[in-house]
Design a protein around this ligand. Structure first.
Ligand code: PMP
Length: 300
């Protein structure tokens, strides 16, 4: 079965999924997106992703031309038509076709696309040996300049950081607030373990409130670990007992080196490993069923 993409109400083969070059998503990055995963025939935390998608739309004053329920149904149907049980799902809503000026009023109808594919951000071994990270020289955009809680099609700030990681030959780039506090990575949230506590930066620093971040915070609390949202510096990262990152694409990935400093033993730490196991168990357990037999099972 080939991959199917949803484009403005139609389900088309991936190769035929096309949008206009006059779309302001293409011309100006005027639009929003989500990154969602399905595991074992179920879409993980679809509601949380849809809440964030519609909040991103509200921020951009972009009216998504369908209800959340219809969007959820379109997402599930696109995955079903792809025949996948494990998938990466990318809804993209852009301002739509306009003229060559940036005025969004010229764009009459938003473009709605749902891409379904698979993704493997890092090789399997990376989760056993751990990831290497560098701090990007470029700072995170300040939240008073652009909300980073909205997942907009403007990812240039993150892409520039990612280029720095590529040039350094490592897996990810860590981004700092303009005041130097640790924010997040180019496409993931960051966590530390220090003295048995688990730390992650707070929303007000200007970070994306990751769905995986939220899941891992729940799992940490469930395991009785003190889970703190707090401001910290690179010094805290370099001297941490453990470090890991979280994201829909990356899932939970241990970090063993930051800016050339080995983190503790230089091996994925025990709390990180426990959380990775708990996360993997959680994602196959919960979620919106894609296939009818699972819908029936859930109702029973
Ligand atoms: N931060 C940024 C900048 C991201 O792009 C992502 C990926 N969506 C994350 C964090 C992780 O968020 P989530 O767990 O919802 O995928």
């Amino acid at each position: 079965m080939g991959l199917v993409t949803y484009v403005n109400g139609a389900f088309v083969p991936k190769e035929e999924a096309k949008i206009s070059v006059y779309d302001h998503g293409y011309l100006y990055g005027d639009g929003i997106f989500e990154g969602i995963r399905a595991y074992n025939g179920r879409v993980f935390r679809l509601d949380r992703h849809l809440d964030r998608l519609y909040d991103s739309a509200q921020y951009l004053m972009l009216e998504i031309p369908m209800s959340k329920d219809d969007m959820a149904a379109a997402i599930v149907e696109t995955v079903r038509r792809c025949g996948l049980r494990d998938a990466y799902i990318r809804p993209v809503i852009s301002r739509g076709v306009g003229d060559l000026g940036l005025d969004p009023r010229k764009c009459k109808t938003p473009t709605v696309v749902i891409i379904v594919d698979t993704i493997q951000l890092y090789p399997k071994e990376a989760y056993e040996r751990g990831l290497r990270v560098v701090t990007a020289a470029i700072r995170k955009v300040r939240p008073d300049a652009l909300s980073v809680q909205a997942k907009t099609l403007n990812y240039i700030n993150n892409i520039l950081a990612r280029i720095e990681a590529n040039r350094a030959g490592v897996d990810e780039a860590l981004m700092l607030h303009s005041d130097g506090y640790v924010c997040e990575c180019s496409a993931d949230n960051i966590f530390l373990v220090r003295g048995g506590e688990v730390w992650t930066p707070p929303a007000y620093l200007g970070i994306l409130l990751g769905v995986t971040r939220e899941t891992v915070m729940e799992l940490a609390r469930h395991q009785g670990l003190p889970m703190l949202e707090r401001v910290f510096t690179l010094h805290d990262v370099y001297t941490a007992d453990e470090c890991f990152l979280t994201g829909t694409g990356a899932e939970v990935g241990p970090v063993v080196e930051v800016d050339g400093r080995r983190i503790a033993s230089g091996r994925p730490g025990p709390i990180t490993q426990r959380l990775i196991t708990a996360f993997r168990e959680q994602v196959v357990r919960e979620g919106t069923p894609i296939y009818t037999e699972e819908v029936a099972e859930r109702r029973a």
